[in-house]
Design a protein. Structure first.
Length: 265
């Protein structure tokens, strides 16, 4: 009996070496958890101007400005956020290429953690002048970014959609509105990064939900139209035009089987 007890005790001790736990875990307070980003035409922020004056810049043309929305876990978890104490912060940087930004932000703050990113909002001026594929490609290839991230086109500046008067996280608000599609014919089915890249790969013209923002308020406002081959914004559909198109396409689907439809939406 004594030998059995000793053997059991030894086996239990040996099993401890197999319980390594989460060897690659990271403390949530040591990460900048990105939930969304806004991509606009380049415009160097005042903070960057001051850093550049002190030798903190690098050679660039400032073609693109990205604004990341980062969650502050401590405040978000407390549910006691107020107008002065918000559960998020927005961080902006300017540069020329998407892949530059993650490296540049690492010089200023904690590295970005994008695995919980839900939303990408592109500014109107930027997607009128630059190929959407060029803007999305780096995110699509990045193994830290989810392909299920939703894509919206802002009427105006994309970064304005990441502001809110209320204590809620603006990206969560946009995601929630996108889920109202079953209740309104003025909301398009969600377009993810993967969906957009599939449209581009098949040389299709396509629509993406557009959003308007003003003084911390946002509203889904019609659709952005992208032309095949060019993959640039060529205009917008109003809410009424989008509603008419929704009714038309739903009726055509009821009459013509989807398998026989070859036209591009």
């Amino acid at each position: 009996m004594f030998k059995i007890k000793v053997l059991t005790a030894n086996l239990l001790l040996l099993s401890l070496f197999l319980l390594t736990g989460c060897w690659d875990s990271k403390n949530i307070t040591e990460m900048s958890i990105v939930v969304g980003e806004a991509i606009d035409q380049g415009d160097e922020a005042p903070k960057e101007d001051k850093l550049d004056e002190k030798g903190g810049g690098y050679r660039k043309q400032d073609l693109i400005t990205i604004t990341w929305q980062v969650v502050i876990p401590k405040i978000a978890a407390s549910r006691n956020a107020s107008g002065d104490l918000k559960p998020y912060k927005n961080h902006s940087l300017s540069g020329d290429m998407i892949h530059q930004f993650a490296r540049e932000v690492s010089l200023e703050s904690k590295p970005l953690f994008n695995q919980h990113q839900k939303m990408f909002v592109f500014g109107e001026k930027l997607v009128r002048s630059m190929d959407l594929q060029t803007l999305i490609d780096q995110h699509f290839r990045d193994n830290e970014v989810r392909e299920s991230g939703l894509v919206l086109i802002a009427r105006g500046l994309a970064k304005d959609t990441l502001e809110s008067k209320s204590p809620e996280i603006p990206v969560d608000r946009l995601v929630r509105i996108s889920k109202n599609q079953y209740r309104s014919t003025r909301i398009l089915p969600s377009m993810t990064i993967q969906n957009v890249m599939e449209k581009i790969a098949t040389h299709s013209s396509f629509l993406i939900q557009s959003v308007a923002a003003s003084q911390g308020e946002v509203k889904f406002a019609g659709a952005a139209v992208f032309k095949q081959e060019e993959n640039k914004l060529i205009g917008f559909l109003s809410e009424e035009e989008l509603e008419g198109l929704t009714w038309l396409t739903l009726r055509m689907r009821a009459i013509i089987p989807l398998s026989s439809m070859s036209w591009n939406r």
